[in-house]
Design a protein around this ligand. Structure first.
Ligand code: ADP
Length: 550
């Protein structure tokens, strides 16, 4: 028997059309630092998207062409997000925190023809342009010093003028195949070279539906979502698309990502949901502790991108009444992989052990654990192995560059097509994933594995510790042993012996670090995660002052 259902493609075009009509009155609000925030209704975004599409077509953008964005989280970026894929072109979000050479490499690898850039980021882009032969047009959004672009080869346009000068009549949006490329994002390169992940219309659409599911973040009409996670970090975790689907207003922080303006915008704009990496929340916590604000509008604070210390979750809850919800994902997983909502009906104490896991997969994400010998491990909450996943918004390959074929490196994709995440953990019978480490960060001490994440979580629960990162360092006797790099809070008096004693009440003796270093800050990656690669190098180069306890 054949299905009698219509086969209508799932596209970003549909998300744009739906949001800008059915949810015409929802808003994108962009924080401006000083003065009133700028508001733009979803209807206005839709109207401007039409003009932007005409303008980009006039610049020569055709189906399949990559269009780069080097932008903060703001309304113009949202317009590009929805317009570029709807034209059949490919939105390539560029990470503005990458070292310039890496950024240039990525633009060339993707062969971006147009780059839309915030004026405030021209000092970053302008010096790269002589090395970016592929770029034909630069479109500048917002104020900036255009003299930086004088004499540059690509043609320069002002975003608002381009929009104002383009036809307002409807754009002939193409009929797209839902499987064609819609957006491109390179991994942040915590481990190795950046790799391009190409999202399809279908993957973005299905992923946004999952973001809106009650079992995930449940965005609703009338709510406001504050994506602190940058729009260049895995499509801001799908939140802009999800918001246009659900009719949820967006509060965009632009470049005001520091704790004080974040606290201010939460107090005055009253978002209900927000999302970011743990280091952002660590900063916000310190800010709120020092200068309390009314943050009671927030029903959910999503923490993802790296392990969320349980002590941070507790502190937010006890001191500010905020609920942190942990989620796990990767650039390769769009990123929604798991969300840690406890099973229903549990009291706070019973729910806690579930909330501090990475959470459960949605129906569209299948998971398996692979042991050291390649065997599939049981979901028993004890057997630890590498997590592999598959599903309709999980990458099956990497972008091979302008003329290259997609790449399927063996260490990243199994023979039968699953994504090897490089994350190590356990899964319980009812599907709760607990990650103990990245495979590359696991400490292999005398045949036993020590979880760096577990040690970090315990250390960060110490009242005098601001941050702590634990890495493996070579050891003659044991192969590897843990080194703890600790950032103390101002005015702290605790010494290494005190920290070690604190740990010894919580973990087995053989896991206790002997090597300790005080550092002014834990090095961070371009998306704010602990950069353990840098710590290991600093140790190897003798840059850390290390104290060894007997
Ligand atoms: P990169 O791999 O370059 O850092 P990603 O942003 O894709 O860029 O990082 C994905 C990785 O981040 C995951 O493989 C995992 O190691 C880590 N991660 C993400 N969320 C969590 C979480 N909730 N708990 C622990 N680790 C996490």
């Amino acid at each position: 028997m054949q299905s009698t259902m219509q086969d209508v493609p799932l596209t970003v075009t549909r998300i744009l059309a739906h949001g800008s009509t059915v949810h015409a009155n929802a808003h994108v609000t962009t924080w401006t630092g000083e003065g009133a925030p700028r508001r733009r209704s979803f209807a206005e975004v839709g109207a401007r998207a039409t003009r932007l599409a005409h303008a980009l077509r006039a610049l020569g953008v055709r189906e399949g062409d990559p269009v780069g964005t080097l932008m903060w989280n703001n309304a113009d970026h949202v317009e590009a997000y929805l317009t570029v894929p709807s034209m059949g072109a490919v939105l390539h979000t560029l990470n503005l925190r990458l070292p310039p050479e890496q950024l240039a490499w990525i633009v060339r690898h993707a062969a971006d023809r147009v780059v839309i850039v915030n004026g405030s980021l021209l000092p970053l882009l302008a010096p790269l342009l002589p090395h970016l032969d592929c770029v034909e047009h630069v479109v500048v959004s917002g104020p900036g010093d255009l003299s930086a672009l004088e004499g540059c080869r690509p043609q320069v346009h002002a975003y608002d003028e381009l929009i104002a000068g383009s036809p307002a009549e409807s754009y002939d949006w193409p009929e797209l195949d839902e499987r064609q490329a819609a957006a491109l994002c390179y991994t942040s390169g915590t481990t190795g070279d950046p790799k391009g992940v190409v999202y399809s219309h279908r993957s973005i659409y299905l992923h946004a539906m999952e973001v809106n599911a009650a079992a995930s973040f449940g965005l609703k009409p009338g709510e406001t979502c504050l994506p602190v996670v940058p729009m260049f970090h895995v499509n801001a975790w799908g939140l802009p698309h999800a918001a246009f689907m659900a009719g949820t207003s967006l509060l965009m922080p632009d470049r005001f990502l520091q704790p004080a303006p974040l606290a201010e915008m939460i107090e005055s704009e009253r978002p209900t949901v927000t999302a970011g990496v743990p280091t952002i929340w660590q900063g916000l916590l310190a800010e709120l502790d020092a200068k309390p604000r009314d943050v009671s509008s927030l029903r959910t604070v999503v923490s993802g991108g790296s392990a969320c210390p349980p002590s941070l979750m507790k502190a937010f809850e006890e001191r500010h009444g905020l609920t942190l919800v942990q989620a796990w994902g990767m650039t390769e997983t769009s990123p929604l992989g798991t969300v840690a909502h406890p099973p229903p009906g549990l009291g706070a104490e019973e729910a806690w052990p579930y909330r501090i896991t990475q959470g459960r997969m949605p129906v569209s994400v299948e998971a398996r654990l692979i042991g050291p010998g390649g065997e599939t491990l049981p979901w028993d909450g004890r057997s630890a192995g590498e997590l592999e996943v598959r599903g309709p918004w999980i990458a099956g390959a990497y972008h091979g560059g302008a003329d290259g074929e997609p790449q399927r490196p063996e260490d990243k994709f199994s023979e039968d097509g699953w994504l090897r995440t490089g994350d190590v953990g356990t899964i319980t019978a009812d599907g709760f994933l607990t990650l103990t480490d990245r495979a590359k960060d696991v400490i292999k001490s005398g045949g036993e594995w020590i979880s760096s994440v577990e040690l970090e979580n315990h250390l960060m629960a110490h009242p005098q510790v601001a941050e702590a990162a634990v890495v493996a360092v070579p050891d003659e006797k044991w192969g590897e042993r843990p080194l703890a790099a600790v950032v103390l809070k101002d005015g702290s008096s605790v010494g290494y012996e005190g920290l070690r004693a604190f740990l010894s009440e919580r973990i087995a003796r053989w896991q206790l670090p002997e090597r300790w270093a005080l550092v002014p800050a834990v090095p961070k990656t371009s998306v704010g995660k602990f950069d353990k690669k840098v710590l290991r190098r600093q140790y190897a180069d003798g840059e850390l002052v290390v104290t060894t306890l007997g």
